[in-house]
Every structure is written in C-alpha cells, then in structure tokens.
Design a protein around this ligand. Structure first.
Ligand code: ZN
Length: 255
C-alpha cells in the first residue's frame, strides 16, 4: 500500500506532517514543532504515533518531541551530528542510513548549511522527501551554521532526486519566496505560472506544498545558481555556482 500523508499547520508558519503505513499501522511525525496539532492530526486519522523523524535541532521543529514521546513512547530518530541538542533521542542516523516506518523505508541524506547536521528523509518507494528547512518551495533555508557552498552542495543533492519526488518542507513561505524569485528571474514563465497557482491556493486556504523536484528545478532560483542566465541576471556571469548561490541568498536576506 502507498504511504498515507497528513499535512497540517503548527505554530505560526510551520508545517507538521505524518506519514502512515497502513499495512503495519506505523505512523511517523516528521519533526514535532508542538505536540497538540500532531495529536489532533493523529486523532482525526485514527493513527498511533510510532516514530518521530527529526530533520534538525531548531526549537520550532523539536518543541513537541518530549510531550509526544511521553504520551506515545514512540521512537525518536535524529541526525547524529545534532543529537545532543535534540530531546529524547533513541537512534541517530547519518548519510546513507535507512530508517524504517513499518514497511516504508527512508534513505537519510545529509544536507548541512541551515544547521551543520541537518538531514532529509527520502522515502524513495513513495517518491516523497521531507527536507526540513533546507529546501523550501521556491526558496531555501537561511545559511545559519554552515557556509553558502555547503548549502549549495546540499541543495544539489536534493535537486538530484527524481523529478517526480514530492517535497515536503518545514514552513509555508512560498508567496514571499516567489516575490523574491521574480526579482532574480523576472522573465521565468514557469515561475510566473507558479505565482498564479500559489495565489489561488492561498486564497482557497490550501497549502502550497508538496511541490515536485521537477517543478522546483525550473522555478526555484536557489536550485538554478548554475544556470547561465541566472548568474548573468545578477551580474555574476561565468562565476562559480556557489558564488552565484551565495549572492542570491544574501539578496534574499536583505529582501
Ligand atoms: Zn530551522
């Protein structure tokens, strides 16, 4: 059976998400911004939490772990490099490790940059990746603990996933990201189409995620730092992609 997903909002602009294996009954929360919305989503679906898969240590991704662990006795899986900063960790994982959620299986992809130990979980059989605060719809996370080059390399790893991979990220930032992206690539027609689509989604109070890697490759400037026109458009024609990426990220920080 394919994985079942529930997506819901937490805190002010975080997303919570559950992935469920109906064969075994296993259910994982990807991060736990706060406990109550996760519990409400579990109740509504009739599921019991068996696992929490943590992408990184920030409080808006880990604040609900302790209460959920106390209630459900679930397993907490976290990036090895950040386990000391995350509560109630049972298992640590690194690049190339596999994490089972019932019969579902995720590959761990290390994506440092936003934090130094950030990881993503790629459920390849279900064509789903949970990318935390590394890649956003038409954006990317702030480079807080790593270097721009590190973040660029992490984004390239995610970009290399199959085009039909559905991406779930940690925040609803898409509208603001598109406003910025249009300043980098004002002539990008696919991006203009996404702008129209996102306006409709938000007007209907729908989430703008998941998005596919295939669409992000065409529309997200942070995945396009090695496209010649993107570098030229910001006055860095022919410069190394990591430098173009760093300039786009710096402009977004000021936007
Ligand atoms: Zn974060």
């Amino acid at each position: 059976m394919p994985a079942e997903i529930r997506l819901f909002t937490c805190l002010s602009d975080n997303y919570g998400v559950l992935i469920h294996d109906s064969d075994s009954g296993a259910t994982a929360a990807i991060d736990a911004p706060e406990a109550a919305p996760v519990e409400a989503a579990l109740r509504a679906a009739g599921w019991t939490l068996t696992d929490i898969l943590v992408t990184h240590h920030h409080a808006d991704h880990t604040g609900g772990i302790k209460a959920l662990k106390d209630k459900y006795k679930c397993r907490v899986v976290a990036p090895a490099a950040e386990a000391a900063k995350i509560p109630a960790v049972d298992e640590t994982v690194r690049e190339g490790d596999k994490v089972a959620v019932g019969k579902l299986s995720a590959n761990v992809i290390e994506t440092p940059g936003h934090t130094s130990g950030h990881i993503a979980y790629w459920f390849h059989g279900d064509k789903i990746a949970f990318v935390g605060d590394t890649l956003f719809s038409i954006g990317c996370g702030r480079v807080i603990e790593g270097t721009p080059e590190m973040m660029w390399n992490s984004l390239r790893k995610l970009r290399d996933l199959p085009d039909d991979t559905k991406i779930f990220c940690g925040h609803e930032y898409t509208a603001a990201n598109i406003r910025f992206a249009l300043t980098v690539e004002p002539g990008n027609k696919a991006l203009a189409a996404r702008d129209a689509q996102v306006k409709q989604q938000l007007a209907a109070k729908q989430p703008t995620i998941p998005v596919t890697i295939g669409a992000e490759k065409k529309e997200n400037p942070f995945l396009r730092a090695d496209v010649a026109e993107v570098g030229a458009g910001i006055g860095l024609a022919g410069r190394p992609p990591a430098q173009v990426f760093a300039e786009i990220r710096a402009r977004k920080n000021r936007f």
